[in-house]
Design a protein around this ligand. Structure first.
Ligand code: ARG
Length: 294
């Protein structure tokens, strides 16, 4: 903008007639620049939080190394273009994700990267996929869990631990959990499309867990209380591309995975929390540990 002004006022002789008006023109240009500058500032200020995972913040390099980027090499040549879902490293060669991310897909085009924060960087370790296990009861939104076995184990990166059945308090409503991923950062209305921005750097946001009662009021029969846990608030949510990634909380200094990002109406839409597969449901947890052991 500053260049434009300099250009307009650099006095070529034929502009001299306009010289008395130049001050006014410059003042108007400055006014327009100021108004345009003010618009995004107020849009990202008090009312709406800056666009992130939805409503979150950048993850610093190396944090949450257990978060996996699931990639499909048919979607492009860069990791950013290839990334389509999240996951969580649960042992040195197993990644937990959502069934809807990998059901029916072949292993050949898939890559899994862990220990990477910025997709376009060379951080972390990338592996091919040898086998895919989808929960046998996966149907509709229920039992949305799958385990992807890596062709070779990764080293050094600490896997995340699964929440135990006794750790239901982790998902008590009002508690907070963290979700992270490379999904769309633009909040979406419950019906409709508000546009897309897929970040290169992982984002995270803390979301309050929502009671099963409220989730059932919102989602009706689509929400199965024993199999799912809801979390989020207006403007703070996971979104498309975050699916399969972990929802987790720290207990005694260790991260425990509570949920798998599964579905929601819109993203961050008022009254519509995100829905997560409940990791400590006995059938889901047994499936996970059994598939991971293969
Ligand atoms: N199903 C989406 C995906 O495949 C994630 C949905 C999460 N939506 C939400 N509002 N929490 O990436």
């Amino acid at each position: 903008m500053r260049n434009g002004i300099e250009h307009e006022t650099s006095g070529a002789p034929r502009y001299r007639l306009w010289y008395p008006l130049a001050g006014l023109v410059v003042a108007l240009v400055f006014l327009l620049v100021a108004l345009q500058g003010a618009e995004p500032a107020s849009a990202t200020g008090d009312a709406a939080p800056a666009p992130r995972i939805v409503g979150g913040s950048d993850v610093p390099n190396g944090r949450y190394a257990f978060v996996a980027a699931l990639r499909d090499t048919r979607y492009g040549s860069t990791a950013h273009a290839q990334q389509f879902c999240g996951g969580a490293l649960i042992d040195h060669d197993s990644v937990l994700t959502a069934a809807h991310c990998v059901t029916g897909s072949s292993t050949a085009p898939l890559l899994v990267t862990v220990g990477r924060t910025v997709l376009s960087s060379s951080q972390g370790q990338t592996r091919g996929v040898s086998r895919i296990f989808v929960h046998p009861n996966y149907r509709g939104n229920a039992y949305d869990a799958a385990v992807v076995k890596l062709a070779n184990p990764v080293s050094v990166i600490a896997p995340i631990k699964l929440a135990r059945a006794s750790q239901d308090s982790l998902e008590a409503s009002g508690h907070y959990a963290t979700v992270a991923g490379w999904g769309n950062t633009i909040a979406q209305p419950a019906n409709g499309d508000a546009g897309q921005n897929y970040p290169d750097r992982m984002r995270e946001v803390r979301v309050p867990l929502v009671s099963d009662l409220r989730a059932k009021q919102v989602y009706g029969g689509e929400f199965v209380s024993s199999l799912m846990v809801a979390a989020g608030q207006t403007g703070k949510d996971t979104c498309q591309g975050d699916s399969g990634g972990p929802m987790f909380a720290a207990t005694a200094g260790k991260y425990r995975q509570i949920g798998i990002t599964s579905f929601g109406y819109g993203c961050g839409a008022a009254g519509y929390p995100g829905v997560y597969t409940e990791v400590n449901h006995s059938s889901i947890r047994n499936f996970i540990t059994n598939a991971a052991s293969k």
